[in-house]
Ligand binder design. Structure first.
Ligand code: SF4
Length: 442
């Protein structure tokens, strides 16, 4: 009654994020981000609770300045009081040391963006070296190569920048150690630092090396509770960056969990397809421990897409798995109508795999490993299957759903909607090992 994944998952170290554990064989965590301004505390509290109720297990809140980071204390307290504990992440970007240190007091995870954390505007170096403000990004390839050669960092300059990063990052590492918080090193293809762009180009390699610097600094200072994201708006770049991230980490003996997402995917069907193309490709390779589907819509719409990706790969089972043929000239009934009837009657039976097939010629073979099958037969009749065995034949179409329910009842797998199940809009249940004690209040 479940769909065991047919691919091994990448072995990772665990990352503790409040009550969640990410990686290390735990279920893939579903996360999203609220869109309210952080200073609108009531709005944030409402949206966090709404997302958590919809199944979002880790909710991100933006903290562009210290003022927003300070708001997190009240947001955390009100969410706890009105709803219960929700794992929270604070998103930190430009010159983020003080912001991240403040955020670490209140939330379970701090996200830092290596491209922006110690921020130098693009063109700064070009101006210094040539007297012209030049941005290396968005140029013809040969011009980029020329600029990169002209502006290349020497080892002393490189070391100086790394020292500046270390100085800014160590207080964050210390705060996260003190409060037992996670850090997400979140690289974006669109916001690599000028030093990384000049050295590695606008490439997956640049994304990966940018993150590696932060991971090495963490380990140097005794901090290892990391997870990493390497996002891009173009699927091939996002996929390449995550593959490379996993292998580069392994070369240096690191096994941190990976957060998958396609940035700026847009909205509607195409955004869902685009996100799925990137996320599912990597999950199928065993890469990925948490996912976010970024939509330019209300973030509540992201959660069902995440669960559908995980369910379709057999990584999280949150609802009934249906197998239905597209129908063809052999179909003996209106398949879309019958499929809807079967689904309406059974959609609360989380964990079952049910097949609705149009004909007996190919149906039984094509419904693969379904637990039960509802198959059209000659003369407008229905045949019911348990696994690959015929259980009943010659059922008039109008009694098909009724007979299917009777079979499920006889087998002891039927539940009334809402009875001992998650009802018509099932929420996921984490495995017990993913329910650790909440982080200590600060
Ligand atoms: Fe056609 Fe039968 Fe295949 Fe359905 S199962 S598509 S009806 S051949």
């Amino acid at each position: 009654m479940s769909l065991p994944p047919l691919f091994p998952r990448r072995v990772t170290s665990p990352c503790r994020i409040g009550p969640l554990t990410m990686g290390s064989g735990h279920p893939v965590v579903v996360q999203s981000m609220i869109t309210e301004e952080t200073r609108n505390i009531e709005g944030c509290v409402e949206q966090i609770i709404e997302l958590h109720r919809a199944g979002c297990e880790l909710v991100r809140v933006t903290t562009p300045s210290l003022g927003e980071a300070e708001c997190l204390a009240e947001i955390r307290a009100k969410v706890n009081e009105r709803h219960g504990y929700v794992p929270l992440t604070a998103d930190v970007h430009h010159q983020g040391t003080d912001i991240a240190v403040e955020a670490a007091k209140h939330v379970d995870e701090v996200r830092v963006n290596p491209g922006l954390f110690v921020f130098r505007r693009h063109g700064t170096r070009a101006k210094t070296e040539t007297g012209l403000a030049v941005d290396v990004r968005g140029r013809e390839e040969n011009e980029v190569d020329r600029l990169r050669a002209e502006l290349a960092y020497d080892p002393a300059e490189w070391a100086l920048e790394l020292e500046a990063i270390e100085e800014s990052f160590v207080p964050v590492l210390e705060a996260c150690k003190r409060f037992d918080r996670a850090i997400r090193v979140g690289v974006n293809h669109g916001s690599l630092s000028e030093r990384i762009l000049i050295t590695y180009g606008d490439t997956p390699r640049g994304m990966v090396e940018s993150a590696m610097e932060y991971l090495r600094l963490g380990e140097k200072h005794g901090y290892t509770n990391f997870n990493i994201s390497a996002k891009a708006s173009r699927v091939p770049i996002m996929v390449a960056a995550n593959r490379l991230m996993a292998s580069r980490m392994l070369e240096e003996g690191m096994r941190y969990p990976l957060h998958l997402g396609v940035t700026e995917a847009g909205d509607g069907d195409y955004a869902r397809v685009k996100s799925t193309a990137g996320i599912a490709t990597l999950l199928m390779e065993g890469i990925g421990d948490t996912i976010r589907v970024s939509l330019s819509e209300d973030p509540i719409h992201e959660i069902p897409v995440c669960y559908d990706i995980l369910q379709s790969l057999g990584l999280r089972i949150t609802k009934v798995e249906y197998i239905a043929c597209p129908s063809c000239g052999r179909t003996k009934f209106n398949l879309p109508t019958v499929f809807n009837q079967v689904r309406d009657a059974t959609k609360h039976l989380k964990g079952l795999t049910l097949a609705v097939m149009g004909c007996i010629v190919n149906g039984p073979g094509e419904m693969a490993d379904a637990d039960y099958g509802y198959v059209g037969a000659a003369g407008g009749k229905i045949t019911l299957y348990r696994k690959r065995d015929v259980v009943k034949t010659g059922i008039p179409q109008e009694r098909g759903v009724e007979e299917l329910i009777a079979l499920l009842k006889a087998d002891g797998v039927w539940k009334e909607p809402g009875e001992g199940s998650d009802g018509l809009t099932p929420l996921p249940t984490l495995a017990p090992k993913n329910r650790l004690a909440p982080a200590a209040p600060v």
